[in-house]
Design a protein around this ligand. Structure first.
Ligand SMILES: [Zn+2]
Length: 288
């Protein structure tokens, strides 16, 4: 369970809540409701570069979604054993994630950034979402979530900072050295968030309209039901919300994601209270 709490803390403290700029270099990693610091510590504000004043254009999702045929019972998500995950890392994930450090096998115990990213890739690739009985307006997630995320950036590196960041111009996503002590669940939200930054400067954060960060460049605009719309908080929280509403994730992950998504929706998304509440109700209060 302590691992789980760490996961929550890390997601909150780093990716999803990080306030990013062209090069997300000014934001401390630690913030929020976790044990690692106070959100107020993250208030080190930087002027944003031309934050978008309006909703970004809607991207067109691929037309060919597979037909919805799924078994009545979906097995709960679980990582493969260490040898199998190692094999996936060596044969696929190291390349797929575009990491810039050398390929090697990782140890099954002890710190390992390779294992953490292998787990994150496995989550993206092997999470099963139920796709029937969707609430009105909800759009299906990409069929290949791993490619959807990794196609957005050019390279994944470990940077000098203590928080994740993105060099938008060069489409380079940076994590931090301590990621080796974390786990794939903690990393996956960060990876989605930073990958979305790599999609372009239009996804820089904008000033929050209300709440404790009012005026600070820490928010995204609006909520949506599509993975092809909106900024980094929006896309990363939508992934976690699907995890809560319709995935085969273990209960601990769902509980952690539910709390985190509520927090982000409330504090890092510019929307009316009614819109926030309706979105929370749709994704977090009942499983589809
Ligand atoms: Zn960001």
């Amino acid at each position: 369970m302590s691992k789980l709490i760490l996961s929550i803390a890390l997601i909150i403290g780093t990716s999803i809540l990080s306030s990013c700029h062209k090069m997300e270099s000014s934001q401390p990693k630690v913030e929020s409701i976790d044990t690692r610091g106070d959100l107020g510590d993250n208030a080190e504000e930087q002027p944003a570069e031309q934050p978008p004043a309006e909703e970004p254009p809607v991207e067109v999702p691929p037309a060919e979604e597979p037909p919805i045929e799924e078994p009545k019972v979906i097995k709960e998500f679980a990582y493969p054993d260490c040898n199998e995950l190692n094999k996936l890392w060596r044969t696929r994930y190291h390349s797929k994630l575009k990491v810039n450090w050398p390929l090697k096998s990782f140890a099954c115990v002890g710190p390992s950034k390779d294992r953490v990213f292998a787990e994150a890739a496995y989550i993206l690739e092997h999470t099963v979402f139920r796709k029937h009985s969707l609430p009105a307006g909800v759009k299906l997630p990409p069929a290949d979530m791993l490619s959807f995320v990794t196609d957005k950036y050019r390279e994944l590196r470990i940077g000098p900072n203590q928080y994740p960041s993105t060099d938008v111009d060069n489409k380079i996503v940076y994590f931090y050295a301590n990621i080796e002590n974390e786990n794939g669940f903690a990393a996956v939200g960060n990876l989605i968030h930073e990958a979305r930054h790599a999609d372009g400067l239009i996804y820089l954060h904008i000033p929050c309209w209300d709440g404790p960060y009012k005026g600070q460049h820490m928010c995204d605009i609006g909520l949506s039901d599509s993975f092809y719309e909106g900024g980094t908080h929006r896309v990363a929280t939508l992934y976690l919300a699907w995890g809560v509403a319709a995935s085969n994730w273990p209960k601990e992950w769902k509980d952690a994601s539910r709390d985190l998504v509520k927090y982000v929706i409330t504090n890092r998304i510019n929307a009316t209270a009614a819109t926030r509440q309706a979105w929370i109700k749709k994704y977090l209060l009942t499983e589809w």
